[in-house]
Design a binder for this molecule. Structure first.
Ligand code: GLP
Length: 237
């Protein structure tokens, strides 16, 4: 794992540079995107670069990590809506080349890994990390060989994500997520963690044993992971 500790602003710039480098070599790359508050700075940076003509996503295909079960793409807390409003509508990507697992049709969601494979596999997967070590919605205990599947969200994850909903009762109880194996199949991975609340799990991800108890720890086995941390998230390293 390559660890880079910097300010939130510089992390957005440095991570964006990885996208510039990749797309200059491979304009039709397949990108894996993530939701949550962590990638927002990077998404703003990518949108600004696209606006300035320094990067183009017109030949890119994207696959998002996860989606809540039961929310359609027009729901303002669906991850499809999040991606459309925070990134896809702000860059030059044809919307039909963007994929988010269906939270409504689970038969379609079951084909997600095949769709990724048909597109050529993911070149660069972006990840955040949950305070319990989840990547995507792969909660502790998820098997390492898992592909895209439906998960029951842990109560703690629902509580953490409740800040985006009117009340905790509105937070879905299930999600569809790429599996740990789906993520590990990506050629390159960027993981960003910001803030004090991530410090403990970041330390376990990087220095702890590789265990399904901390799903992100399996990234230690991946040949090309860049971890971007602000000083708060890196505090216990
Ligand atoms: C959610 C998402 C994850 C994300 C995590 C952290 O549960 N499914 O993909 O990494 O939250 O979110 P945040 O970046 O808001 O801390």
């Amino acid at each position: 794992m390559k660890i880079i500790i910097d300010t939130e602003e510089n992390i957005a710039k440095k991570a964006a540079q990885q996208y510039i480098d990749l797309l200059s070599k491979k304009p039709d790359a397949v990108l894996g995107y993530a939701t949550g508050s962590t990638p927002l700075g990077l998404y703003a940076e990518l949108a600004a670069l696209c606006d300035a003509g320094k990067i183009s996503f017109k030949d890119v295909t994207t696959f998002n990590l996860d989606e809540y079960v039961g929310l359609d793409g027009t729901h303002d807390q669906s991850y499809r809506y999040f991606m459309n409003t925070n990134l896809f509508e702000k860059i030059d990507i044809p919307i039909e080349k963007t994929h988010v697992p269906s939270g409504l049709d689970l038969d379609i969601a079951a084909e997600y890994d095949k769709d990724i494979e048909k597109a050529g596999g993911i070149d660069l997967q972006l990840l955040g990390i949950g305070v319990d070590g989840h990547i995507g919605f792969n909660e502790p205990g998820t098997p390492l060989d898992s592909i895209t599947h439906v998960v029951d969200l842990l109560e703690n994850t629902r509580e953490v994500n409740a800040r985006f909903f009117a009340s905790i009762d509105d937070v879905p109880t299930q999600a569809v997520t790429m599996g740990v194996k789906t993520v590990m199949n990506a050629r390159d991975i960027i993981l960003i963690a910001l803030g004090k609340s991530k410090a403990e799990i970041v330390e376990r991800m990087i220095n702890g044993p590789i265990t399904t108890d901390v799903p992100a720890s399996v990234l230690q086995l991946h040949p090309s992971v860049t971890v971007y941390l602000d000083s708060d998230a890196a505090a216990l390293l």
